[in-house]
Write a protein of this length. Structure first.
Lengths: 138, 189
């Protein structure tokens, strides 16, 4: 089911390839339970991992959502990051990081804003404040 | 309860709950819950069961149960907690250690974390020259602020004499430092 959703959402956008970053969150890559992604991803849109397998380095222009029960081992960089599952790796949120009740995060975090719901678990260094811009492609 | 105009510099140990509205510098250990109000400025290590921060805190925090940093709160320091909630709008920087074991362990870090000490001499001097057990932790915060002569007057005569000798051997200042915490403590608690 998730896979279909992914196709439905991202196919129409694929045509105007280059303008991804302008459109920000409109492009969405969804990894469903049967999907797997390993490696380095640089993407202008947003990304959702919900049940799929994801490992590597993901830098996206939009947002990253990690669904409930999903385990992700990756370096993450995005505008907004919302975690409801488990993440292991360094994380950068240019705007806001949200950890849901069930979330587990192991890794250092750099964010502008941070919201942690009671019940979430976090281990690592947190740096907060105005974000120093890094070249997204590096 | 420490009101907005109250001020504590030194070590506090409280059986029960503590609510801080003013300025606290040093080390705070509370068996119950700790609440840091909006206007409070805390430059201290905090240890408690439930810790709620709405004001400004600079120092390590150990919460045996739960730490909450509210919208208006800001926390700079390492944190060991069982549960953690940070509300949107809060500011936080530091290392977070969570999990079953993390919070129950004694606050080892508490002693070193709140060290805004400009000169490291006081520590070294007191530790080496004196087995001054109860005083050791105090100079951490106490050292910078009050002038030595004032303290010597207020403090009890006996320990002063002893310490003074020791201090003259090494440095004048470190001597004064450890004593300073005491009078303060008496007044406030």
């Amino acid at each position: 089911m998730e896979t279909q959703e992914a196709i439905a959402e991202s196919t129409p956008m694929e045509t105007d390839g280059q303008s991804d970053s302008k459109r920000g969150g409109q492009n969405r890559l969804v990894l469903g339970p049967n999907d797997s992604l390993e490696g380095k991803l640089t993407y202008g849109g947003s990304m959702t991992v919900d049940g799929g397998h994801a490992e590597g380095e993901f830098r996206v222009g939009g947002n990253i959502d990690i669904g409930n029960g999903t385990v992700v081992k990756a370096l993450l960089e995005a505008s907004n990051v919302t975690i409801k599952g488990e993440v292991e790796g360094k994380l950068t949120a240019r705007d806001k990081l949200t950890l849901g009740k069930q979330a587990k995060l192991n890794g250092d975090v750099q964010v502008r804003r941070l919201q942690i719901e009671d019940g979430a678990s976090l281990n690592g260094y947190v740096r907060m404040g105005e974000f120093e811009q890094q070249a997204p492609g590096s | 309860m420490l009101g907005p105009r109250d001020r504590v510099i030194g070590q506090i140990y409280i059986e029960g709950d503590l609510r801080v509205g003013g300025v606290v510098e040093g080390e705070v250990e509370v068996t119950g819950d700790v609440e840091i109000d909006d206007m409070a400025k805390v430059k201290a290590s905090l240890a408690g069961r439930d810790v709620t921060i709405r004001g400004h805190v600079n120092g390590a925090v150990v919460a045996r149960k739960r730490l909450v940093v509210a919208k208006s709160g800001s926390l700079y320091g390492d944190v060991r907690v069982a549960r953690l909630a940070i509300q949107d709008g809060a500011t936080f920087s530091g290392k977070v250690s969570m999990g079953a074991g993390a919070a129950t362990a004694p606050p080892v870090k508490a002693v070193e974390a709140p060290t805004p000490v400009p000169e490291p001499e006081p520590k070294a001097a007191t530790e080496v020259e004196k087995p001054a057990a109860p005083i050791v932790a105090v100079p951490i915060v106490a050292a910078p602020k009050i002038t030595p002569p004032a303290i010597i007057k207020t403090a009890a005569p006996a320990p002063v004499a002893e310490l003074r000798v020791a201090g003259k051997d090494g440095k004048g200042k470190p001597v004064a430092a450890p004593i300073k915490g005491k009078p303060n403590k008496k007044k406030r608690r």
